[in-house]
Structures are given as structure tokens and as C-alpha cells.
Design a protein around this ligand. Sequence first.
Ligand code: SDX
Length: 377
Amino acid sequence: MTDKGLEEVVAASTRLSDVDGRAGRLWYVGYDIHELAARSTFEEGVYLLHNLRLPTEAELEELNERLVGEREVSRFLAELMPTLAQQTSPMSMLRTSVSAASAYDPDGWDDSPEANERKAMRLIAKTPTLIAMYHRMRTGQEVVPPNAKLPHAANFLYMLSGQEPEQEDAAALDTTLVLYADHTMNASTFTARVIASTLADMFSAITGAIAALKGPLHGGANEEAMKMLEEVGAPERAEAYVKAKLARHERIMGFGHRVYKTEDPRATHLRRLSQEIGERKGDPRWFEISAEIERVVGEEKGLHPNVDFYAASVYHLLGIPHDLMTPVFALARMSGWTAHVREQYADNRLIRPESEYIGPRNQRYVPIEERSAQAAR
Ligand code: SDX
């Protein structure tokens, strides 16, 4: 009997993150997510995951300058983007762009640890630019170049809207990026590590990770949760909506988790942000609908919200288009994915699990003429 979905199977050793699903705890390199959410930034988390320690001010400043300097995308990608903007979905654009980016990466053919570190920083720096450029093009708006004065999260909101974001909005987005940055052996990270374990290159591994994240059982859940909030429309309609959905044996997107058997610690912060931003912007409705859905799902199924549920209302309130919510998840997780790929390369063994055969045995080969004759009888 297999561990269907590899539940509780330990697939790798890592120094990057750890989860205690029963206690609802998450750590990046031993630092509790509650502390990082309250006190760190996305860039500091990039340094932590890629160096296994927190940076000094000088080290963080140097990383910030490196990331800022790598935000522009190649002319090749800029010329590819109009077609992608018209023809593909956001996650398909991201998967295609990252794969195409390898063609013009200065370290394209170099798989040394030093080159992979540079590729990782470039992927982290460029992902926001790709998403924002795609959105501006598909909506017929001028592309907004990166603003070197703005940090990662603020710059993304700036490139998306063309306006410098309010400080509170930028800080809120930055906190969500910290929360989304890494999460042990989730499906997309595992995909990246499997690809890296064959010694395929960093771009191949990250392309695979993006492909895995796209699914609604994984990263696609935040966009699906936002669709649900819109369908419910008002807090008083949540109970009937959820009960009807459960009666049809449908999944409530943004709830449940393979590992957490109690509250996802990231949801704690996202719930607070949803309420705070909703109140600050005079639009508490999305939090109120979310809270009602959470109440009913808890009562009916005993399930807790995961990272994607309240992320939906937070991203909506920050003006992020609903179909860009999973790409924003990818924007943050680019930090963890690339760190895991580097960790896999550093102490690699091909990842090749077993399978349990449940098909027929001892089959005798019948020539096709006989097979056809038998079928005709
Ligand atoms: C992410 O792994 C990670 O760390 C991922 C992630 C990360 O940071 O990388 O945390 C990000 O992907 C979060 C999850 C986002 N996905 C969703 O919100 C989709 C909805 N959730 C479910 O599909 C489900 O909870 C999973 C996929 C997340 C986990 O599923 P499991 O562990 O395979 O659990 P299961 O499908 O075996 O369900 C167990 C029971 C079932 O009931 P029975 O059929 O046995 O009666 O719980 C029920 C399920 O029906 N159930 C749900 C449910 N999730 C589980 N019922 C309704 N709605 C749900 N959301």
C-alpha cells in the first residue's frame, strides 16, 4: 500500500524551513514565522534562505542593490511579452517566461554554485517585472519600468498600477511575501528538487515548480478562494453557500492542509491583515464574508483556513487582479524554490521513489490479427 500523495514521507533533509503541523508552527532556518512576519522583510528573508543566517545592514543593503540592479528583463522577453499578454493565462506566461529567460541569461550554460546563486537572484528580481509587464500589456497600458528607489513589494505595486503605493499597502504586501516565501516540501518545491536532482539546470527546475503551483489544490487556491468570496457576495449568504458546496462534496478553496492539523500560522497574520486593510480602506465586506465562511467550514468540517484563504481578500484589497494572485504566490516562493534547488545541488542524490504495481500480471502476447479476429466475434 503506497502512502498516497506521499503523505508523511520524508523526501529530503533541509536547513531552509520546518513545519510542526500539529502545533501549527513554521520556521525559516530556525526563526519563527510569527517573528519574521512581524519584524523581517522579503529581502531579508531572501538573504536568510540563501545564506542560512540573517544579514548585517551592509549585507542587506548589498543584496537590495543586487536585486534592484537585476529587475529589468531582457529585450527578448520584453518582445515575447505582447504575445503572451494576449494569448496566455498569467501562470502560463510566468512558466513560459522563466523557461525562455534561460536563453538570454548571462550564466545560461554555467551550472556552478556561483552561477546558480546569480541565476537565483535574477529570477527573484525579475519575477515581479514579468508579472507587472504582462498585466500592463494585456490591459493596454504603458509598461511601467522598475523604480530603483522602491523595495521589492512596493516596486511590484508601483509597476502594476503606475503609482507609488501607500506605505501601509506596501508593508502589507511585503508581509505576505515573507509568509509565502518557503514552506518545506510542498508540491512545487518538491517538483523543483526532483528536477534539480537529475542535475537539470535552475531554469528547468523553476519552470517545473511554476507548473506545479498553478493547480487549484496548491497555489491556484487563492484565486479560487477570491472567486468564492465574490460568489458569496455578503456575510449572511456564507452559511447557505458553504453548506450547499459541501453537500455537493466540493472542496472549499483555501481550507485544509496536508500538514497543518490546526491553524496555519500564516493564516493568523493574513486574517489580521484582511481585517486591518478592509477597515483602513472602508471596505470590510471581504473580511466579513471570509470570517463567516471560516466559521461555517470550521463548524461543518472542522477545517482551518490555510495560507491562501485570507490572502485572497488581502490581495484584492491591495488592488491585485484576481488572476494575478497565484503569480504573486510564485513571486514570493521564488525565494524558497531557488534556495531549495541550490540546497539540492549542494548535496545531491537522484530522487527516484518506488511505485507499487497494481496492474495485471503474466499477460500472453496475442498477435494483432488474432486480437482483431477475437474482437470481431
Ligand atoms: C497550499 O503543502 C503545502 O505546504 C502547500 C502550501 C505552501 O505554502 O506551499 O501550504 C500552499 O497549497 C495550501 C493548500 C491550498 N489548497 C487549497 O486550499 C485547496 C483546498 N484544500 C484541499 O484540497 C486539501 O485540503 C489539500 C489538498 C490542501 C490537502 O488535502 P489532503 O491532505 O490530500 O486531504 P484530503 O484531500 O485527503 O482530505 C481529507 C478529508 C477529505 O474528507 P473525506 O473525503 O475523507 O470525507 O478532508 C476533506 C476531504 O474531503 N477536505 C476538504 C477540504 N480539504 C480536505 N473538504 C472540503 N474542503 C476542503 N478544502
